[in-house]
Ligand binder design. Sequence first.
Ligand SMILES: NC(=O)c1ccc[n+]([C@@H]2O[C@H](COP(=O)([O-])OP(=O)(O)OC[C@H]3O[C@@H](n4cnc5c(N)ncnc54)[C@H](OP(=O)(O)O)[C@@H]3O)[C@@H](O)[C@H]2O)c1
Length: 340
Amino acid sequence: MGYKVVVVGATGNVGREMLNILAERQFPVDEIAALASRKSLGTEVSFGDKTLKTQDLATFDFAGWDMALFAVGSAATKDYAPKAAAAGCVVIDNSSLYRYDPDVPLIVPECNPQAIHGYSKKNIIANPNCSTAQMVVALKPLHDRARIKRVVVSTYQSVSGAGKEGMDELWDQTKAVYNPTSDVAPKKFTKQIAFNVIPHIDVFLDDGSTKEEWKMVAETKKILDPKIKVTATCVRVPVFVGHSEAVNIETEDFLDEDEARDILRESPGIMVIDKREDGGYVTPIECVGDFATFISRIRQDSTIDNGLNLWCVSDNLRKGAALNAVQIAELLGREVLKKG
Ligand SMILES: NC(=O)c1ccc[n+]([C@@H]2O[C@H](COP(=O)([O-])OP(=O)(O)OC[C@H]3O[C@@H](n4cnc5c(N)ncnc54)[C@H](OP(=O)(O)O)[C@@H]3O)[C@@H](O)[C@H]2O)c1
């Protein structure tokens, strides 16, 4: 006996990856439904070696389905996730709508799997922001060993984090640079993204930070420890897939760089590639399609007593979204629903 699984937003970047990963990891699926908006009705999407025809979210009946992996924006999630949850189908949501709700667990299975039991208050589980997910995977084992006090992070986030329209904009603008007769004005991003970087993701807040930066602060606290202070600068870069982060960490106890490297090597979900030579580190293009969070450039920060620097790279559509959601589905199955 397996599960009846719904993928909501199946025509999008994250939804397509969810279908790929469910198939790759041989998630025990009895029946699967792919949903999107009415305009995509009948659009074909792949699930392993099968092809599914997309159904309309607006008319779908969630009764009798075990879990729904949502990858639509907050607006559609607000309309449909409560309906799915009320019908007894557990929602695993990728939008930011429920992440800060105290009655909804926010889970990265490598970090806080025990939080899964909180799902029953609303029948909803939240998936973190892509930039948070990969960072907390790296922080968790270091926090367990040396208690992290403060994190300073700068991100280099790919355009796929802004959905398929973000990828199209980078592609079209890049082509336009070589074809002076066409001009592609910024639509999804606020400035030209091709051959450029933009220090602005999501909306501005009153204190001058952006919502993306605030998410990293709030989500790290909820997943790992409310005492950890985080300050972030989030930057969009002209990379299609794969987010990178330069992370500076201050701990309560001293942690030697070699010990930190050994700890990270042994930790779940992490691959350490850290040779101090040309090319001895990972770049985003190398992490695409992989499950791991890659850590490179591990080194002491000698400007403070207990400081470390590292470089963290992961496929934002996988660990940052679809993979984490499927890992939550696996955890839910293992710990709660117990079928399959
Ligand atoms: N990309 C990332 O790295 C990332 C990471 C973490 C979380 N997320 C979150 O995951 C969600 C999806 O992101 P994405 O990158 O996959 O976006 P995307 O590529 O733009 O895809 C959006 C998907 O949502 C569907 N959709 C939109 N409005 C809908 C509606 N009213 N009713 C039914 N379906 C609707 C679209 O269907 P149509 O094709 O029919 O329009 C499409 O399948 C967002 O909430 C995003 O914030 C993304």
